[in-house]
Design a binder for this molecule. Structure first.
Ligand code: F6P
Length: 326
């Protein structure tokens, strides 16, 4: 297929690096003398015809900006066939030949359905802080989120030490524990609770007792938001407090700050490489694939595999965190 015009959208939870990838997509289109169009607010924007021409001037000054200049959204209407037909009509109206989706697993699922229903070329760039996609060691924004979390918990540690307190800190990741595991190791957490490894309440209590008996007067437990040890981090902290009445326990939910901030150097370089690869893949006739990085190389993975494969927790990291826990 002779691709002369590519559209790009950002979808799902935003992440640092989305703007950098968008900039690379636009510049690579210009480099190859093909047109680029930006769709605002994800698939809902495609349905509502919020589509505009993007050129190299449009993406000036965004390389270091968190968030997405195209805005993002989750679209219920796109889950309906009627919604997707409306979207496709706008694709045709603008003579768009292919679509680049910068988003996570939910966005890629929508893109895959769209591709199958209309035989329309789609390429995915993994933009999510969760790092929960198969086929890439890093999703865009993951490295930035890790550093944001590490810096935030370093600050919490200062006050925990000053007041002899135990802090439960909840971090994002939806149902993946990558942010919790890596940030927990980086800040020296007493325990790291992730959905992939349910250590259970008893083991948590034993670990906290051991640290107190060893003379530790303050601790940090990092809890992934998808962890199921307790109903939620507040209920979990209450149950621990019942076991340690004399230990002052606090909870801190980092929340959406993890999604913002200027992308790190790693994320900016990765985003730029992925943006170039996405455009060049479409021009080379590669469709329904996700751009990724594996062992430092930029690769392509079939979208369905990227979504279904999920990314596994690194067992060596689990072992490292166990050793550090002694
Ligand atoms: O997928 C990214 C993410 O930040 C998850 O880690 C989190 O659970 C979810 O999005 C929050 O979604 P929302 O921004 O709709 O609250």
């Amino acid at each position: 297929m002779n691709i002369k015009k590519i559209a790009v959208l950002t979808s799902g939870g935003d992440s640092p690096g989305m703007n950098t990838a968008l900039r690379a997509v636009v510049r690579t289109c210009a480099y190859n003398k093909i047109e680029c169009m930006g769709i605002s607010r994800g698939f809902q924007g495609l349905i509502n015809n919020e589509i505009k021409v993007l050129n190299t001037r449009s993406v000036r000054g965004i390389i270091n900006r968190g968030g997405t200049m195209l805005y993002s959204a989750r679209s219920k209407e796109f889950l309906t066939k009627e919604g997707r037909i409306k979207a496709y009509e706008n694709i045709k109206k603008h003579n768009i030949d292919a679509l680049i989706i910068i988003g996570g697993d939910g966005s890629f699922t929508g893109g895959m359905i769209f591709q199958n229903e209309f035989n329309f070329p789609v390429i995915g760039i993994p933009g999510t802080i969760d790092n929960d996609l198969f086929g890439t060691s890093h999703t865009l924004g993951y490295d930035t989120a890790l550093n944001t979390v590490m810096e935030a918990i370093d600050k919490i540690r200062d006050t925990a030490i000053s007041h002899d307190r135990l802090f439960f800190v909840e971090v994002m990741g939806r149902d993946a524990g990558h942010i919790a595991l890596n940030s927990g190791i980086a800040i020296g957490a007493q325990e790291i609770l992730i959905p992939e490894e349910n250590i259970g309440m008893e083991e948590l209590i034993i670990s906290l007792k051991k640290s107190k008996e060893a003379g530790k007067t303050s601790s940090i437990v990092v809890v992934a938001e998808g962890d199921k040890t307790g109903k939620n981090v507040f209920e979990l902290a209450k149950r621990v407090e019942d076991k340690f009445p004399d230990y002052e326990i606090k909870v801190s939910v980092l929340g959406h700050m993890q999604r913002g901030g200027s992308p790190t150097c790693f994320d900016r370089v990765l985003a730029t490489r992925m943006g170039v690869k996405a455009v060049e893949s479409l021009l080379a006739g590669e469709y329904s694939k996700m751009v990724g990085v594996q062992h430092g190389e930029i690769t392509l993975t079939p979208l369905d595999l990227a979504i279904k494969g999920k990314s596994k927790i690194n067992s060596e990291l689990l072992r490292v965190s166990e050793i550090m826990n002694t």
